[in-house]
Write a protein that binds this ligand. Structure first.
Ligand code: ABT
Ligand code: MG
Length: 138
């Protein structure tokens, strides 16, 4: 089992001024920052990142939302990182997220849900290297 996951603070949370509070919660929950940057996805890059959802009805909106503003991308480290981070962020739909989770506190809607968290060790590795070279990971 790997001890790393990948996250993005999405454009809605960036626009709404929640980036600092979200990073604070992540660090207080015991995650160490391995790599971090602010960047902006082109439509093409956002489409590639969410390629697995290409056939889903919400794909177009998802790509346009994820390329609509700056994001923060980060690789995080902790024991049991993938599962523990998914618990910290809460359900995809913030209306169904547990009290105290990042999505419950900061997400806008199911389509604009404040943060991303990898759903497997394999995807954490793929997604982290989508944004960061080996030389950027400490
Ligand atoms: P991500 O961390 O963004 O991958 O979200 P999560 O893994 O919790 O949920 P999935 B199923 O991977 O959703 C990907 C993005 O698609 C949006 N979405 C999802 C919708 O807009 N409508 C839907 O019905 C579903 C199931 C939510 C996710 N992104 N955003 N932003
Ligand atoms: Mg997902």
């Amino acid at each position: 089992m790997s001890n790393r996951t990948f996250t993005m603070i999405k454009p809605d949370a960036m626009r709404n001024g929640h980036a600092g509070a979200i990073l604070d919660k992540i660090i207080k929950a015991g995650f160490r920052v391995v790599a971090l940057k602010q960047t902006k996805l082109s439509e093409e890059k956002a489409g590639a990142f969410y390629e697995v959802h290409k056939e889903r009805p919400f794909y177009g909106e998802l790509v346009s939302f994820m390329s609509s503003g700056v994001i923060i991308a980060a690789i995080l480290e902790k024991e049991n990182a993938v599962a523990d981070f998914r618990t910290l962020i809460g359900a995809t739909n913030p209306a169904q997220a547990e009290e105290g989770t990042i999505r419950k506190m900061f997400a806008t809607s199911v389509g604009e849900n404040a943060v991303h968290g990898s759903d497997s060790d394999e995807n954490a590795q793929i997604e982290g290297s989508f944004f960061f070279s080996g030389l950027e990971q400490f």
